[in-house]
Design a protein around this ligand. Structure first.
Ligand code: APR
Length: 189
């Protein structure tokens, strides 16, 4: 499995599955969620509502993921995952718990992508917008988890490309630096 980075709009990615940074209601929102529902159309929301009615009456728990159609998007599926809100920095134990939940968003999204037979997956920087997670920390959690799954999660033969789609140059630069560091060690200037 190749991990790639690109700067752009996740709704324009030509991949099999697009991961949505949703909220537990699964009923849409702003950011990535708003962009995906706007571009993908009402079929996505209809399937989200059906999932709420059938399995997630209280909402999709943080760290979990579910798949729906991608509607009019160039992908086949949208995988909705709910990221954690970044906690108050003084709450150390809570930060550790929510760090694991953020890692779980990626682990569960890629697990579902594998079950669907998706060969390429576009991933946003979950929790780094409305949910306030610092980009560097989120990049480290996301990349470490996806790299680990590539090594041990049996994804190598299942998924060809995990593509992080970053919405601005700053976010892209952070992910690029962290990926370099996790892949080859810190850059020595
Ligand atoms: N393509 C790629 N990345 C995007 C796009 C897009 N079209 N739009 C926004 N982003 C980036 C943001 O810049 C941020 O870095 O995605 C990252 C995640 O931001 P949010 O979409 O705000 O998601 P999150 O922080 O996980 O908050 C989720 O926001 O939109 C609501 O309904 C959503 O309540 C949920 C909450």
């Amino acid at each position: 499995m190749e991990i790639t980075l690109t700067q752009g709009d996740i709704t324009e990615q030509q991949v099999d599955a697009i991961v949505n940074a949703a909220n537990s209601s699964l009923l849409g929102g702003g950011g990535v969620d708003g962009a995906i529902h706007r571009a993908g159309g009402p079929e996505i929301l209809a399937e989200c509502r059906a999932l709420r009615a059938a399995h997630y009456g209280k909402g999709l728990p943080t760290g979990q993921a579910v798949a729906t159609t991608a509607g009019r998007l160039p992908a086949r599926w949208v995988i909705h995952t709910v990221g954690p809100v970044h906690p108050d920095p003084r709450e150390g134990a809570e930060l550790a718990r929510r760090t694991e939940l953020l890692a779980s968003c990626y682990r569960e999204s890629l697990r579902i992508a594998t079950e669907l037979g998706a060969r390429s997956v576009a991933l946003p920087a979950v929790s780094t917008g409305v949910y306030g997670w610092p980009m560097e920390s989120a990049a480290r959690i996301a990349l470490a988890e996806v790299m680990e799954m590539g090594r041990t999660g049996g994804l190598d033969e299942a998924i060809d490309e995990a593509r992080f789609v970053l919405f601005g140059a700053d976010a892209y630069g952070v992910f690029e630096r962290v990926l370099q560091e996790l892949s080859h060690g810190p850059m020595v200037d």
